[in-house]
Design a binder for this molecule. Sequence first.
Ligand code: UD1
Ligand code: CA
Length: 464
Amino acid sequence: MSLSIVIMAAGKGTRMKSALPKVLHQIAGRPMLAHVIGTTASLGAARDIVITGHGAERVEATMRALYPQAPLNFVRQEPQLGTGHAVQQAVPCLPDEGTTLILNGDTPLIEAATARALVDACQGERLALLTINLPDPTGYGRIVRDASGERVLAIVEHKDASEAQRAIQEVYTGMMAAPTRLLKKWLGQLTNQNAQGEYYLTDVVAMAQADGVTVVSAQPRDEVEVLGVNSPMQLADLERRHQRAQAARLMEQGVRLADPARFDLRGVLQCGQDVEIDVNVIVEGEVQLGHNVRIGANCVLRNVVIGDNVVIHPFTHIDGDTQGAQVGAGSLIGPFARLRPGAQLGEEVHIGNFVEVKNSTLANGAKANHLAYLGDATVGERVNYGAGSITANYDGANKHRTVIGNDVHVGSNCVLIAPITLGDGATIGGGSTISKDAPAGQLTVARAKQISLAGWQRPQKVKR
Ligand code: UD1
Ligand code: CA
């Protein structure tokens, strides 16, 4: 049986009061529409049809970039005359057989299992609606059932509902599955004779009734799956609920979050055993933490692999971006450290406060403990890189490499002008500006010789 998925994403999102199309607003660092498309990927649909309208070009370009492999078909809806009109635009792309599943681009947390259950409830011949009971059903389409409560007779939009209908707490979530052949027929019969002058997709329910087609309902596992976003407040609320759920999953695996309400995961986090994460930590992209890792308060970690027994002290920012970053076992990082793309740290490396490392390899036991910059450098084992020292890796046009051998000691406040090599065991005197290679095992100093002037007098204030 072929499954077609239609995702409605043309709406304006007026209440977001934003120039960004609503479905591109993010939950957990990903556009809402990307969550829905990602979820549908596991349903094995023959085609995904996304209805775009407001900000269509931007929406389409963003999704193609995020899902280059997905069988996405974008269909424009101009102007937007309602949800029924939106699905009508997909009709030319729909085959006559199989089932069509309709989802919403602004309801991002729908789970694959729930979508699958909805398709199963349809059985290729019934109309299946995803419904939920809400204490406050204001604004939603109400599910009107017969006296027995068994059969669904219609969906009545809030604006079209009578007082009695408004008391119904079972609402339509905006998601349904229908036999494609029947859906196409019903879509052809929609009118806009209603309070909003729109073509309501929900009118297909009464049509199914008239055709003697059974209408069934399915429910989501959790309310969060069917919450749509219309305003910044709802976006933030959904974000928090989602973050709480992610935090709970990590804690079930044994991760110790100091406060699950002050933790944000915008991507994928893999943790070993006995990982402790203090408050206000943000994890983005793909992050791996080994066993016994401790992350201090207020750290931001993105695209990094962190080995066993590492301690990341508070206020550290690690961003591997597309290149990635790596912190070897037993290393100590921060507080206030910054690791940038291509930072590859071996084991037992120490990076202290206000130290920046970019596109550099530090071998086992290397230390840069205070106020330093290492860019485009290869640093040997047990190197001690002094406070205030920097690699001058950029000549204004090109980047150059600094190679520091094993057991090198770079004093404080040195400038290493790349390209340059410091041989194994070299010592660089503090305050040196080094522009030529330094030989192994020797002290190299490049600064004005210190002199003292005997009999020198401080200037005196002139008396008048
Ligand atoms: C719709 C349902 C309502 C349900 C509610 C759940 C209808 C008529 N009503 O109402 O029963 O309780 O969802 O949230 O379907 N869209 C388009 N093109 C349009 C109009 C909408 O693509 O012309 C898209 C929107 O971008 C959005 C979705 O369809 O993703 C739902 O539209 P929205 O206007 O929010 O529907 P509601 O009026 O809330
Ligand atoms: Ca509407």
